[in-house]
Design a protein around this ligand. Structure first.
Ligand code: SAH
Ligand code: SF4
Length: 390
């Protein structure tokens, strides 16, 4: 037996610093470490988050030497848009992004024209992980398994992508002539791929960066964190002094049912989860939204509406239920009809629990989280296997 000796050459790969992942003090420090003036940080922040530039050469108030140094050592959210789809009415846009290591994630922009007293909204649905470790049975992302956490910069970059798009071409609702065009992002929801509180530190940093008054300046009250119900992380979030909205993916009012569709319930059962929400409310005095994906014949029957009402009634005006007819990602689930949804909501009202129904959007572009990537990868697999067949 002989063992071949393979010589290794040591190559140094210098990874560029993604500036979208740095807070302002961190950027100041990064510049100082390189012998640059820290006051440049604010200028750079304005270029990144207010002018939304993607290129260091556009930063015209920086000395040329600094611009070329930045080009060598730093990057601005390096990712490739692999596909962009717009729904027929152009109210939903979805992008598939390829990260530096080839992982794929999705982000969605949802546009809402002004309605009554509500002004127009442009909401980005942001991913926080590639894949997800929690395996909820109705969720396309959950069925993929977990790839990795996204970096802070990768979370921030998704919002900036759509911000640039709206800045370049403000959106006006079709059929609503005269309504003011929307040219900026008004809200973000962490409801794309992944579990935000499983990637706690990067997620919180991303929210703080987008919130920074020196940069993107999006109010914390315009941000929503949605969680599968990680109890210790919910308790930690209540201490952050950040006025973000909290949404809990509840989806079932009994442990027996919830454990069937959401394996996380075996670790954090409903009683512990509701206790954490009560403490969150006591600490923040903020309302909590409970998401309830309606699965016909599974969790939409009157008996479950009563149990949900009883569970949440003690939280009084601090609980709100968002009923979401499931966006069918597989043959296993289908959304209930209008009558069943109305009956479910009426029962919640009888228990004094406020609720709304969220119409799922963008069906024609597969807007439920994870669906675009699933479709893209199956096409990619088909293409690969066809090539292999040759
Ligand atoms: N991991 C987090 C956030 C991402 S999922 C969470 O679970 O809360 C965002 C929301 O979409 C969650 O409420 C999730 O339960 C819901 N969701 C997942 N699959 C869905 C589907 N097929 N139809 C409708 N909503 C779905
Ligand atoms: Fe993960 Fe949320 Fe999907 Fe559950 S619903 S698998 S937690 S992304």
């Amino acid at each position: 037996m002989s063992t071949a000796f393979i010589p290794t050459t040591k190559t140094t790969i210098t990874k560029k610093t993604d500036l979208l992942g740095l807070t302002l003090p961190e950027l100041q420090q990064w510049l100082e470490e390189r012998g640059e003036a820290p006051f440049r940080a604010k200028q750079i922040y304005q270029w990144l988050f207010q002018h939304l530039v993607t290129n260091f050469s556009a930063m015209t108030n920086l000395p040329l030497a600094l611009r070329s140094r930045l080009a060598e050592e730093a990057s601005i959210g390096p990712m490739i848009v692999r596909s962009e789809q717009h729904s027929k009415d152009d109210r939903t846009r979805k992008i598939l992004l390829e990260l530096e290591d080839g992982k794929l994630i999705e982000s969605v922009l949802m546009l809402y024209p002004p309605l009554g007293e509500n002004s127009a909204r442009a909401t980005v649905c942001v991913s926080t992980q590639a894949g997800c470790a929690f395996g909820c049975t109705f969720c396309a992302t959950g069925q993929m398994g977990f790839d990795r956490h996204l970096s802070t910069g990768e979370i921030v970059a998704q919002t900036l992508y759509f911000a640039r798009e709206l800045r370049a071409a403000p959106w006006t609702a079709q059929g609503l002539p005269g309504s003011a065009p929307i040219d900026h992002i008004t809200n973000i929801v962490l409801m794309g791929m992944g579990e935000p509180l499983h990637n706690y530190d990067n997620t919180l940093r991303a929210l703080r960066i987008l919130n920074s008054a020196d940069g993107f300046n999006l109010g914390a009250r315009h941000m929503t964190v949605s969680t599968v119900g990680l109890v210790p992380a919910i308790r930690k979030l209540s201490q952050e002094q950040l006025q973000v909205n909290l949404a809990i993916s509840l989806h079932a009012p009994t442990d027996e049912l919830r454990s069937k569709t959401m394996p996380v319930n075996r670790k954090y059962p409903i009683e512990e989860l509701i206790a954490a929400c009560q403490d969150y409310i006591a600490a923040t005095r903020r309302q909590v939204t409970f998401e309830y994906v309606l699965l016909a014949g599974v969790n939409d029957m009157p008996v479950y509406a009563h149990k949900l009402g009883q569970l949440l009634a003690p939280l009084k005006q601090f609980a709100h239920v968002n009923c979401i007819p499931v966006n069918a990602t597989s043959a296993d689930y289908r959304p209930p009809g209008g009558d069943a949804i109305r009956a479910f909501r009426d029962i919640l009202h009888q228990h004094g629990v406020s609720n709304t129904v969220r119409a799922e959007r963008g069906d024609d572009i597969a807007a439920a989280c994870g669906q675009l990537r699933t479709r893209f990868e199956s096409v990619r697999r088909q293409t690969i296997s066809k090539t292999d067949d040759k």
